[in-house]
Design a protein. Structure first.
Lengths: 181, 190
């Protein structure tokens, strides 16, 4: 799981595409270092696992994008699993729906050989997976901003004991906190 | 210029205590205590909300005299007991602890007066409700979060009822052997 998170634990609309109250709060802190981190993360994964809201934001944005490094190409090319009870079809390239028992389906995915399964954004899905102890690694890019409102990363009532793997500071004031569950 | 510094231990999901006041999950080690000592040595005043004050008042006046007193108990007592302590509370009428003053209202004016007086920094310990009030009044100059590697799920929230977005400036982050990460911010001036 890899998230952009404010100091008060909000993950809503970091890039501004959802047009929410504080949308786009990560933008002033973007840097090549953060770009490199996201690049390495994406290329270290061979599957994306997304909730419906994040999927729709990605599916609107990525198909028309290109870049020299091939980030967009990989986003578009990777297999994507989309967890939704309301969608009937997913049109973004190489996407398929998970509609039934999420915990069971994700457990099955984890059994398959391969590289990391990357979850980005997807707050509700993260809540569900945390409840079932299905997230192995937490990567939080903590931004130096307290938003005061918005959808939160952690759900009420879900606990987890974590082990710190790494804390890394980026020059723009963002701190990567990486934990193993 | 005297700075107001908020020092607080928090879980990764932003709680300062568990739902029943639990604090046993807070990981402390000698290195963290040394950093706290270094911080308090820049200060001469402690600020508290009522709940944190009452917890502290029940411990620190006699902490150094207990048979089980640690080096930290002794050193922190030597700083905290004689230091000026200010409790912000409308409920509390009397404080037993030496050199304690109660402020019931006009937080902004009281803090402005304090900051104009000569002296060292002022440290706000935990006191999450008061800290959010301070943030809404733009009274905090520095933030020292000790982030513990745990998700509690429930408890007393670090931030409550903030009226606006606060942009901070990262000064430092540091990792302790316990897995705690210190995040040190100042106001940006924006």
């Amino acid at each position: 799981m890899s998230e952009f998170v404010s100091l008060d634990g909000v993950i809503e609309d970091p890039g501004g595409s959802e047009k929410s109250k504080h949308g786009g709060w990560t933008m002033p802190y973007w840097s090549d270092e953060i770009g490199k981190f996201k690049f390495d993360e994406l290329f270290g994964s061979d599957t994306l696992l997304l909730g419906r809201v994040t999927y729709q934001g990605f599916a609107d944005a990525w198909p028309s994008r290109t870049d020299e490094q091939g980030f967009a190409q990989r986003m578009n090319g990777l297999p994507k699993y989309v967890v939704s009870t309301t969608l009937d079809e997913v049109e973004w390239n190489n996407s398929r729906l998970i509609k039934g028992d999420v915990a069971k389906e994700v457990s099955k995915l984890k059994q398959q050989p391969g590289r990391d399964i990357l979850i980005a954004g997807s707050g509700e899905l993260v809540h569900e997976l945390m409840k079932h102890d299905l997230i192995d690694e937490y990567r939080l890019l903590v931004y130096p901003v307290v938003l005061g409102s918005g959808k939160r990363l952690f759900a009420e009532g879900t606990k987890a004991n974590l082990k710190l793997l790494e804390a890394r500071t980026f020059a723009s004031g963002v701190v990567l906190l990486r934990y193993q569950h | 210029m005297r700075n107001v510094i908020w020092l607080v231990h928090t879980s990764l999901d932003g709680f300062v205590t568990g739902p029943n006041g639990e604090m046993d999950w807070i990981r402390l080690d000698d290195e963290l205590f040394e950093d706290v000592h270094a911080l308090v040595s820049t200060a001469d005043t402690a600020l508290f909300g009522r709940v944190t004050y009452q917890l502290m008042e029940g411990y620190w006046p006699t902490a150094a005299n207990r048979p089980t007193a640690t080096k930290h108990d002794i050193e922190h007592s030597q700083w905290l007991n004689p230091a000026l302590k200010i409790v912000f509370s409308r409920i509390l009428k009397k404080a037993q602890w030496q050199n304690t003053k109660i402020v019931a209202e006009n937080i902004r004016d009281e803090m402005a007066k304090l900051k104009e007086q000569p002296g060292k920094n002022l440290i706000l310990f935990a006191s999450p409700n008061l800290a959010s009030t301070f943030m809404n009044l733009d009274l905090i100059d520095e933030y020292r979060f000790n982030v513990n590697p745990i998700v509690l799920g429930r408890g007393k929230a670090l931030f409550t009822d903030l009226r606006s977005l606060n942009k901070l400036k990262l000064l430092e982050s540091k990792t302790y052997k316990t897995g705690v990460v210190k995040l040190h911010y100042s106001r940006t001036g924006e």
